[in-house]
Design a binder for this molecule. Structure first.
Ligand code: ATP
Ligand code: MG
Length: 579
C-alpha cells in the first residue's frame, strides 16, 4: 500500500465527544468516522484491522469445530415473542413494521433464529452435537452509546450456538468455546481476565465473561485478594456480615413524622441518621407477582441476583400504583413491617438481617419507623420470606473469607450455558436412542469484534498514538521515505518496500512528498509496529533506521541487511502472539 494512494484522513484535534483513548485515536488515526450516535464507518486502515480480528476469530472457531453460516439481521418479531424476549430486550431492540404490517426486529443477537432453524432440521440424536456461528452486524439501541467502538448501536459480533443431547455434551461444547476464546484473545494481543458472570437476559445456568482490565472499562471485575475467586460485579457473591450486637435493649418500634422526606439522603438529613442505619424496601413486579426486596440504606440492590432468586423471571420496579396498593403509602415510605402478607415474596439481604436495629418506611405517607429490629418487628423466616445475597459487593466485603478487590474492565466476550430455555420454547427437539423426545441442550457464545479493536487501542497507546499488536495492526511495517523528493531516498524506500512485499510482509510505504516530521507523527499515530526510516543522512552511511513502535530507540541497519532484519522482527513479534 502506498500512503499517497490510500485514504487515511488523520486529524490533529481530539474530537470533542471522544472521552476515551480508543475513541479519540480511532478518529485521529483515520480509522473510523462517526455517522450518527453509536454508528461508525470503518475506513481502509480501520477495516483492515477489523478484518484481521474477524479472521482470527473465524480460524479459532473453525478449529474448535464450529461451522460458519449467516442468518438474517432482519428477524420476524414473532420469533422474539415466542421466547418472551421481545419484552425482556425492551427498547434496546430496534423494531419496525414492514409494508405488510408485519413487525420485525433488527437482531441484537440471534438465539431465536438459530434455534428455530435447528427445530426444523434436527430430528435425531445422531445429528448432534452441532455448533454454528456467524460474524455479522448486530443492532442495539443502547441507552447511552459512547466510547466509540466500545458501546455502539451497530457493531460486528461473532455469535455461536451449540446444540447437544445432554449436559455432558454441553460441558464439552462450552469448554471448546472457552478454550477458543482464550486463543482468540491471546492471538489478538489482549491481556484479559475470565470471570464468572450472570447470564442475564440470556437465561441459563452458567456463564463466563472475558474482560480486558482497563480504567476506561464500564464493567467492574471483583476478585479475591488471593486470586481464588473472580466474578463480574453483577455476579460477585459476598459473605453474610456478622450479626450486629445491640449495646442495650432496643425500645419498641416507634413511628416518626417525616413529612416529604422520601429518599435515604433526605431521611438521614432529617433524622440525623446514617445511610447504614436505614433499611430500604423496594417493591418489584415479576409478571403477576409483587416482590418486596430489602437492602441496607448504604447498599445497592443487585437486580440480577434478585432475578436469580425468584427463578429467573424478568423483574421491573413496580408501578407507582402497585406500590401504593401494597404499602398503602406514597412511594418513598415503604417498609417491611406488616408487608410480608401483602407480597408474593419478601427477600431480605443478609446485611439487613445482620442489623441490630434500623429505620424503615412506615407504609404510611410522610412517616418512618425507628427502633425496628429485624426478626422482632418483621420476619426473617417464613413461607414467603427469604434471607439472601441480593446486593452488589462493595469495599470491605469478603468472599469465602477473602477480601474482595475491584478493577475496571471492558467485556470483550461472554459464553453461556443456556440449557433448554430456547430449545423448549422454540421446539428444537430430538429423539434419543430410546425414541424419547428431548429438547436440545444449548450454549451460546458471543465476541464483540469492534470491542477487541477498541480494547487493543485502549491497552496499546501513548501520547503519540496507537501501538498495535502486530496480529491486528492495519499493516505490519511502515517504510517512511523521509525525503521523497530525493531520488536515491525514494528509490531505496521503494526497493525495501518491494522486497518486504515479496517476503509476504504487509507494508505501507509513506511515499508522500511531505516533511519527515509530519510523516513520523502520522506513523506514530497509526501505530504500525515496525517502522523503517529511509533518509538522506543515514543513507550517506549506507544505513536505514529501524524502530519498533513500542520502543523509543531506533537502530541503524545496513541497507543490504534491512529487509532480512525487518522480516526477522516481524516474525519475532508474531511469535509472541502465537498459541
Ligand atoms: P454489555 O453488558 O457491555 O452491554 P452484553 O453483555 O449485553 O454487553 P452480549 O449480549 O454478551 O453483550 O454480547 C456479546 C458481545 O458483544 C459482548 O461481549 C461485547 O463484546 C459485544 N457487545 C455487546 N454490546 C455491544 C455494543 N453496544 N457495542 C459494541 N460491542 C458490544
Ligand atoms: Mg455479555
Amino acid at each position: 500500500m502506498r500512503y499517497s494512494r490510500t485514504f487515511i484522513p488523520t486529524v490533529k484535534e481530539i474530537p470533542a465527544d471522544a472521552e476515551v483513548a480508543s475513541h479519540q485515536l480511532m478518529i485521529r488515526a483515520g480509522l473510523c468516522r462517526k455517522v450518527a450516535s453509536g454508528t461508525y464507518t470503518y475506513l481502509p486502515l480501520g477495516w483492515r484491522s477489523l478484518l484481521k480480528i474477524i479472521e482470527i476469530v473465524r480460524e479459532e472457531m473453525n478449529r474448535a469445530g464450529a461451522q460458519e453460516i449467516i442468518v438474517p439481521s432482519m428477524q420476524p418479531l414473532e420469533l422474539w415473542d415466542r421466547t418472551g424476549r421481545s419484552v425482556d430486550y425492551g427498547p434496546t431492540m430496534f423494531r419496525f413494521e414492514d409494508r405488510h404490517g408485519r413487525m420485525n426486529a433488527l437482531g441484537p443477537t440471534a438465539e431465536e433464529v438459530f434455534t428455530t432453524m435447528i427445530a426444523g432440521e434436527v430430528k435425531s440424536y445422531k445429528q448432534l452435537p452441532i455448533n454454528l456461528y456467524q460474524i455479522t452486524p448486530k443492532f442495539r439501541d443502547e441507552f447511552r452509546p459512547r466510547f466509540g467502538a466500545i458501546r455502539s448501536r451497530e457493531f460486528i459480533m461473532k455469535d455461536a450456538y451449540s446444540f447437544d443431547v445432554d449436559a455432558e455434551g454441553l460441558d464439552k461444547s462450552y469448554q471448546a468455546m472457552y478454550d477458543a476464546y482464550c486463543r482468540i484473545f491471546k492471538r489478538c494481543g489482549l491481556e484479559y481476565v475470565i470471570v464468572e458472570a450472570e447470564s442475564g437476559e440470556m437465561g441459563g445456568s452458567g456463564s463466563h465473561q472475558f474482560t480486558v482490565p482497563c480504567e476506561s472499562g464500564e464493567d467492574t471485575i471483583v476478585y479475591a485478594e488471593d486470586g481464588s475467586y473472580a466474578a463480574n460485579l453483577e455476579r460477585a457473591a459476598v459473605d453474610p456480615l456478622p450479626k450486629e450486637e445491640a449495646d442495650a435493649a432496643i425500645p419498641p418500634a416507634e413511628e416518626v413524622h417525616t413529612p416529604n422526606v422520601g429518599t435515604i439522603e433526605a431521611v438521614c438529613g432529617f433524622l440525623g441518621s446514617r445511610p447504614n442505619d436505614m433499611i430500604k424496601t423496594l417493591i418489584y413486579s415479576a409478571g403477576e407477582r409483587t416482590i418486596a426486596a430489602l437492602v441496607r440504606g448504604d447498599h445497592e440492590l443487585n437486580t440480577e441476583k434478585l432475578t436469580q432468586i425468584i427463578g429467573g423471571e424478568h423483574i421491573d420496579l413496580a408501578a407507582e400504583l402497585t406500590i401504593e396498593e401494597v404499602t398503602g403509602a406514597k412511594v418513598g415510605f415503604a417498609g417491611p413491617m406488616g408487608i410480608a402478607d401483602k407480597v408474593s415474596k419478601m427477600i431480605i439481604d443478609h446485611a439487613v438481617a445482620a442489623m441490630a436495629v434500623g429505620i424503615t418506611g412506615a407504609n404510611k405517607t410522610d412517616y418512618h419507623i425507628k427502633n425496628v429490629v429485624p426478626g422482632r418487628d418483621f420476619p426473617l423466616e417464613g413461607e414467603n420470606v427469604i434471607v439472601a445475597d441480593i446486593r452488589f459487593a462493595g469495599e470491605g466485603d469478603t468472599h469465602n473469607g477473602k477480601k474482595l478487590l475491584f478493577k475496571k474492565g471492558i467485556e470483550v466476550g461472554q459464553v453461556f450455558k443456556l440449557g433448554t430455555k430456547y430449545s423448549a420454547k422454540l421446539g428444537a427437539k430430538f429423539l434419543d436412542e430410546q425414541g424419547h423426545e428431548n429438547p436440545c441442550i444449548m450454549g451460546c457464545y458471543g465476541i464483540g469484534v469492534n470491542r477487541i479493536f477498541a480494547s487493543a487501542i485502549e491497552l496499546g497507546n501513548d501520547s503519540n498514538g496507537i501501538i498495535w499488536p502486530i496480529s491486528i495492526a492495519p499493516c505490519e511495517v511502515i517504510v517512511t521515505s523521509v525525503n521523497q523528493d530525493d531520488e536515491q531516498v525514494a528509490r531505496t524506500a521503494e526497493d525495501i518496500y518491494k522486497q518486504l512485499l515479496g517476503n509476504g510482509i504487509e507494508v505501507l510505504l509513506d511515499d508522500r512528498v511531505l516533511r519527515g516530521g509530519v510523516k513520523f507523527k502520522d506513523a506514530d499515530l497509526l501505530g504500525i509496529p515496525i517502522r523503517v526510516n529511509v533518509g538522506q543522512k543515514s543513507l550517506a552511511d549506507g544505513n536505514v533506521e529501524v524502530k519498533l513502535r513500542c520502543e523509543s530507540e531506533s537502530s541503524k541497519i545496513n541497507i543490504r541487511d534491512a529487509t532480512a532484519k525487518v522480516v526477522e522482527l516481524v516474525n519475532k513479534l508474531k511469535e509472541q502472539l502465537k498459541v
